[in-house]
Structure formats: C-alpha cells, structure tokens
Write a protein that binds this ligand. Structure first.
Ligand code: ATP
Ligand code: MG
Length: 290
C-alpha cells in the first residue's frame, strides 16, 4: 500500500490508509483504537447553542452509549459523526470531529463518502418503498457493485442482521410488509450492506416490543466485533446491557433561559452505572432527575 507523503490528508480513504502506515513503529495503542476524537465541539441551530464544548473519544469495536434527558443534544451530537447535521439548514458545527485522525468538517471531505463509512439507523424503521431485496441492494448499487455480486451482498447483509431466515423466501415482497422489528433489522442490514466502519443508532429500539428489542440487542453485541457502534438510548438498562462505555449528557440552563446540552462524563459503563464521578450522573441514573 503506497501513500504519498506530500498528499494532504483530506480524503477519508487515503487518511485511513495513512493511519495504518503511520502506526508502524508507533506504540500509541490509544490512537490505534480511537475511531473518533471530538474536541471542543459546539453545535448551533441558528443562534441557539444546543451543545457546548464536548470532548470525547470513541473506541474501535466497542459500543458507546449516549444517555441523558430529552433535549440534551444526544441526537444532535450523533449526527455530527457522519455530517447528517449538514442536511439541517440552520445547524452549524464548531470544533473538531476527527475520524481516524481526519477532521470530518474540513471542506474537502466528501460528506457522502463519510456517510457510507459511518452508517446510521434511526429511531423509527425507515425502509424505502421498495422490495426487501432492493432495500439492501440500493447502497451497493450506487457504490458500483456488479449485478452478479448483489445476491451475495443481500444474503450476507441479511444474515449479519439476523433476518435472512425470516425473509429468504420473500425477497421481492415490499419491505413495508415486514413487522416493525423486522423492518429495523432490515434497516441495520441496509446500513451494513455498504460495509461501513461505524454504525450510529439513534434509539433503534424505542418503537419495538421487548422481544424485538432483545433481538436487536443481541445483534448489536454480535456486530461490535466488526463495527464500532455508537447508540443513543433512553433505556438505561439497555445501555447497561449492551455498551462498553457510556456518556452521560445533561442540560445547563443559561442566564438567558436557553437549554444548552453538555457532556457530563464518559466512562466504562459499569463505572457510570455503579460509581459515577459526577453527582448529576448519579441523580439521573437513580431516577432523581431527568
Ligand atoms: N432541527 C433543529 N432546529 C432547531 N433546534 C433543534 C433542531 N433539532 C434539535 N433542536 C434543539 O436542540 C436541542 C437538542 O435536541 P436533540 O434532538 O439533539 O436532543 P435529544 O437529546 O436527542 O432529545 P430526545 O431524547 O428527546 O431525542 C433541543 O433543544 C432541540 O429543541
Ligand atoms: Mg434524540
């Protein structure tokens, strides 16, 4: 693999390759396993500061959970990791989100490529109005996969999302005919069909019953061997069950009465749920506020 020394590190692909080269002979284990480094991040909607001064790392092949009261900026923050906030006209991001060392908000970085590498699953399952097969094949087709490869990609992705056995005989049926839990697994299969590096999930189980939720949780535990997962959840038991590290966000009410979100603490999930450093975390997880 040849990486040109002079080339500016603006292309995510090149940068990821560069990282691998650079790490030869370097014994910085932290940077090798750090997928995202967020520093001094502020997010505004117009002149409203929704999130202030967030500093946080996300580690490879781990599940990182974001918890905190409604409106504290969890979804806003999650969207910063794949530049989904670009799609909101009033949103403005300050500070840095480095992905394998590359600042995702440099103007030269291609947001579409960023979203391919960093996929997203939303709260409400949102299959396309197409067949099960075409939902999965959609991204790979755009990425240039050959027709002969698609069957394999579709099967592999559905297998990975633990849905194959339930849909193998009805691949040409509309995706809307699936149950909510199946639709959410379809959306996970669609997200992983383009072989991302990271999967962001914003309350992926909140519209699902306990059985479907348990299936998605099992799936997340499986997927983390291959993907880095960042998940927003309102369900603290879920965060405790599935995540390796948990970040607790809260809201600070400014003098002007605006409610700005901030990161209170990030730590090993067990630590956050049993012995948090900050009294605000303790109050939230014990149900005294929030
Ligand atoms: N598109 C937008 N335009 C303006 N303000 C927004 C927009 N999206 C979110 N906000 C505001 O930013 C703040 C953070 O919202 P966000 O949706 O990130 O919170 P959240 O922690 O995900 O909440 P919830 O748990 O209810 O999903 C809130 O005050 C919200 O009203
Ligand atoms: Mg939200």
């Amino acid at each position: 693999m040849k990486v040109e020394e002079e080339s500016p590190r603006i292309d995510v692909e090149t940068a990821v390759l560069s990282m691998t080269e650079d790490q030869v002979g370097e014994s910085d284990a932290k940077s090798a396993s750090t997928v995202f480094e967020v520093s001094q991040l502020n997010v505004y909607y117009g002149d409203f500061c929704a999130l202030r001064d967030v500093n946080l790392d996300v580690t490879q092949s781990e599940v990182t959970a974001f918890i905190g009261p409604s409106g504290c900026g969890k979804s806003t923050f999650l969207r910063c990791f794949n530049r989904m906030n670009d799609l909101i006209e009033t949103a403005r991001v300050e500070g840095q989100v480095r992905y394998h060392g590359v600042d995702l908000y440099q103007s030269e970085v291609d947001a579409v490529e960023v979203r391919r590498r960093i996929g997203m699953v939303f709260q409400k399952p949102n299959p396309f109005p197409k067949s099960i097969y075409d939902n999965i094949a959609f991204g790979p087709r755009i990425a240039g996969a050959k027709k002969s490869e698609l069957d394999d990609i579709v099967e592999r992705s559905l297998q990975r999302a633990a849905l194959w056995d339930e849909v193998r005989d009805r691949l040409s049926d509309p995706a809307y005919g699936l149950s909510g839990g199946q639709q959410q697994r379809l959306c996970i299969a669609r997200a992983i069909a383009v072989e991302p590096d990271v999967v962001l999930m914003d309350e992926p189980c909140s519209a699902l019953d306990p059985i479907a939720t348990a299936r998605i949780e099992e799936l997340i535990a499986e997927l983390k061997t291959d993907y880095t997962i960042v998940i927003v959840t309102h369900n603290m038991q879920q965060a405790a069950r599935i995540s390796d590290r948990t970040a607790f966000f809260s809201v600070q009410v400014t003098d002007a009465g605006r409610r700005t979100g901030e990161l209170v603490e990030l730590g090993a999930t067990e630590h956050i749920f049993t012995n948090p450093d900050d009294p605000r975390t303790e109050a939230y997880i014990t149900g005294r506020v929030g």
